[in-house]
Design a binder for this molecule. Structure first.
Ligand code: ZN
Length: 240
């Protein structure tokens, strides 16, 4: 329980200081000057029940051509951050659609749900470790002799870290599936707030730019993909 408390506390602390303390160490943030884009995004946020705490451009082009836009901040008031690469790549209407997708994740509480799940899994994992550390077979089964008269905590931790990936592998399809469902939900929200053609064309540009294949193997997608392939997303949007 103590280890869990420290892990959760540390993770929350990092999340709280990341936008204001950690990220500025690696990138420069300048206020967005494009007034019409600001007004556009402000309108979208108001419709969705959020308020903008400021608009910033991040020099993402310093490191790669990867483009992104995101919100930071807890609660309903958020800062909006655009990668400079995204501003070059997308039209204002497409930008609004991409941000509407991100707002969809907040509306559906995907971030909070993901965090709660991850904290619960951490607790379950630590509880399992606590129990396994007391079992002699856990050590002998892995070819190690435990110290029968003393503590084996460090040994148990190392063995546990070596062995768990073999078992957690089977959770991968479940969490990928959940994540893909959430992407569809966020897309559906975006389409309810902005014209569907804007998100479609934005997605195509982003997939093209990230050089991701448009025809991945369906079984590989089921197992590993956290985001659905572009073709599936476009199809869902059309039917929505
Ligand atoms: Zn998403």
């Amino acid at each position: 329980l103590w280890a869990w408390g420290v892990l959760v506390g540390w993770q929350l602390f990092l999340m709280a200081i990341a936008p204001n303390v950690i990220m500025p160490l690696f990138n420069k943030f300048t206020p967005l000057e494009d007034e019409s884009l600001k007004a556009r995004v402000q309108g979208l946020m108001q419709r969705a029940g959020f308020t903008a705490k400021g608009f910033f451009v991040m020099d993402g082009s310093r490191r790669s051509a990867h483009s992104n836009a995101f919100f930071t901040g807890f609660g309903a008031s958020k800062r909006v951050v655009f990668f400079d690469t995204l501003l070059k790549q997308l039209s204002p209407a497409e930008m609004e659609a991409v941000l509407a997708h991100e707002l969809g994740h907040f509306k559906h509480k995907h971030i909070v749900k993901m965090m709660v799940t991850s904290f619960a899994m951490t607790l379950a994992g630590l509880a399992l470790l606590g129990w396994l550390a007391q079992q002699v077979w856990f050590y002998t089964g892995l070819g190690v002799m435990p110290n029968l008269s003393g503590s084996n905590d460090a040994l148990a931790l190392v063995l546990f870290m070596l062995v768990t990936p073999v078992f957690t592998l089977f959770f991968a399809p479940v969490s990928s599936w959940r994540s893909r469902q959430q992407e569809f939900e966020a897309d559906a929200y975006a389409v309810s707030q902005t014209p569907g053609k804007d998100l479609s064309s934005a997605l195509l540009k982003l997939y093209q730019d990230n050089a991701s294949t448009l025809t991945p193997d369906p079984w590989y997608v089921k197992f590993y993909y956290s985001h659905p392939p572009a073709s599936e997303r476009l199809l869902r949007m059309k039917t929505a």
